[in-house]
Design a protein around this ligand. Structure first.
Ligand SMILES: Cc1cc2nc3c(=O)[nH]c(=O)nc-3n(C[C@H](O)[C@H](O)[C@H](O)COP(=O)(O)O)c2cc1C
Length: 338
C-alpha cells in the first residue's frame, strides 16, 4: 500500500489511490453543454452513474480545475453521451483541454440548444437539477428529459486503459464449474487454451471445407489459391513458407493438378516456377473468399459483435506475443529476379 503523503493531506499515496479507484471498470461518456455565450463545451467523464429511475436522474462529477467548469456551472441543460467502442478517438479529443473539441463534428441539437454528438451507444439529455461539493470535484445531478440508444457496443475503461465489454458466454460452463478434480493430470482440460483455439478453428473451418469439397479442393489448394490472390507470382517454396503456420503444405503435384484444371499458370524457371492465378482461378478464389467472409459474418453474428471484437483483439495479442517469427502473408512479395 502507498505511503503517507503530507503534501496533499492524503493518508496514502495519491497515485496508488488513483489506481485503486481505476480498478472499478466503467463506461466512458462525453458530457456536453453550451455556455452563456452559446459556445459548445464538453468533457470526457467516466464518473457518470445512474441515480434514480423515478424521477429519472443521473450524476457525474467535474474537476474544479477543468476549463469547462464555468460553462457547466451556469448551464441549465447538459447531455451525457455513452460512447461506443468505435469512439476512442472522440474520447481522447474531449479529454484534452485548450482546443476546439467540436471542430468538424456533425452535431444534433438537444434540449436547451445542447450540442449532441453522433455515433454513440446512448444519449441522455438532462436538465441540471442539483450540484454538490465533492472535494476537488463538483457533483452534477441531472433529471433525464429524453434519451435515445443504439445497439453499438460500448467503450469500456479499466485500470486507466480502454477495454472491450465482452459478455461471458452463458452456454459454456464457467471454468470454476468444469470438472477438473477428477481429470487425470496429463489429459485435456475443458479450458485448456490449445483445446479452445483448436476446436474454434476446427468448427470455423468445417464450414469452409464443405465449400472446398464442392469445388474439389483440399486445404493445401485453398491456401495456395488464396495466398496467390495476395502474392501473385509466388514460388511453391514461397507459398509454403507463407502458410507454414497452418501445418499444411502444397506439393508440386497439387500445383500441377490446379494448373491442369486451368486455375493456375506456371511460368519461368522449370525447377522453381512462379505461379499466377488464371482468370478462372481468380474468379473461383474470389468466390471462396466471399464464402469465407459470409461464414465469418454468421459466426460473428452468433457470438455477438462486442465478443467478436474482443476475440479478435485477444487473438492478435496472443499471435503477436507468441510469434516465433512466421512470415506475414500480407507482406507484399519481393519482385521476381530479372
Ligand atoms: C476516460 C476518462 C475519464 C475522465 N473522467 C473525468 C471525470 O469524470 N471528470 C472530470 O472532471 N474529468 C475527467 N476526465 C478528464 C477530462 O476529460 C479532462 O480533464 C478534460 O480535458 C477537461 O477538459 P476542459 O479542461 O477543457 O474542461 C476523464 C478523462 C478520461 C480520459
Amino acid at each position: 500500500m502507498g505511503h503517507h503523503d503530507p503534501g496533499l493531506g492524503l493518508p496514502f499515496d495519491a497515485r496508488e489511490f488513483r489506481n485503486a479507484l481505476g480498478s472499478f471498470t466503467t463506461g466512458v461518456t462525453i458530457i456536453t453543454t453550451r455556455d452563456a455565450d452559446g459556445t459548445p463545451a464538453g468533457i470526457t467523464a467516466n464518473s457518470f452513474n445512474s441515480v434514480s429511475l423515478d424521477p429519472p436522474m443521473v450524476l457525474w462529477s467535474l474537476a474544479r480545475r477543468a476549463r469547462s467548469l464555468p460553462a457547466f456551472a451556469g448551464a441549465r441543460h447538459w447531455a451525457v453521451h455513452i460512447l461506443s467502442a468505435q469512439q476512442e478517438a472522440l474520447s481522447n479529443r474531449f479529454a484534452k483541454s485548450g482546443h476546439d473539441k467540436f471542430a468538424g463534428l456533425e452535431l444534433d441539437e438537444g434540449h436547451g440548444g445542447v450540442p449532441l454528438l453522433r455515433g454513440c451507444t446512448t444519449r441522455l439529455q438532462c436538465r441540471s437539477a442539483f450540484r454538490y461539493e465533492g472535494g476537488d470535484h463538483l457533483i452534477f445531478v441531472g433529471e433525464v428529459l429524453a434519451f435515445d440508444r443504439s445497439e453499438l457496443p460500448p467503450l469500456v475503461f479499466q485500470a486507466g486503459r480502454y477495454a472491450f465489454a465482452a459478455r461471458r458466454a452463458g452456454s459454456v460452463r464457467p471454468a470454476s464449474e468444469t470438472a477438473t478434480a477428477d481429470v487425470p493430470a496429463a489429459s485435456w482440460r475443458e479450458d485448456h487454451l490449445g483445446y479452445l483455439l483448436g476446436r474454434a478453428w476446427f468448427q470455423f473451418y468445417a464450414r469452409i471445407r464443405r465449400q472446398l469439397a464442392d469445388a474439389r479442393l483440399g486445404d493445401a489448394d485453398y491456401f495456395a489459391l488464396t495466398t496467390l490472390a495476395l502474392q501473385d507470382g509466388a514460388t511453391l517454396a514461397g507459398l509454403n513458407e507463407v502458410f507454414a503456420y497452418s501445418g499444411v503444405a502444397a506439393t508440386e503435384q497439387r500445383m500441377q493438378a490446379l494448373a491442369a484444371r486451368g486455375l493456375l499458370d506456371a511460368q519461368g524457371d522449370a525447377d522453381a516456377p512462379r505461379y499466377h492465378l488464371t482468370a478462372h482461378g481468380r474468379a473461383l478464389t474470389q468466390q471462396l473468399i466471399a464464402a469465407t467472409a459470409a461464414i465469418e459474418a454468421e459466426a460473428l453474428q452468433a457470438c455477438g459483435a462486442p465478443e467478436a471484437e474482443a476475440l479478435r483483439h485477444s487473438l492478435r495479442h496472443l499471435i503477436r506475443n507468441t510469434d516465433p517469427g512466421l512470415p506475414d502473408p500480407w507482406q507484399p512479395l519481393e519482385p521476381a529476379p530479372p
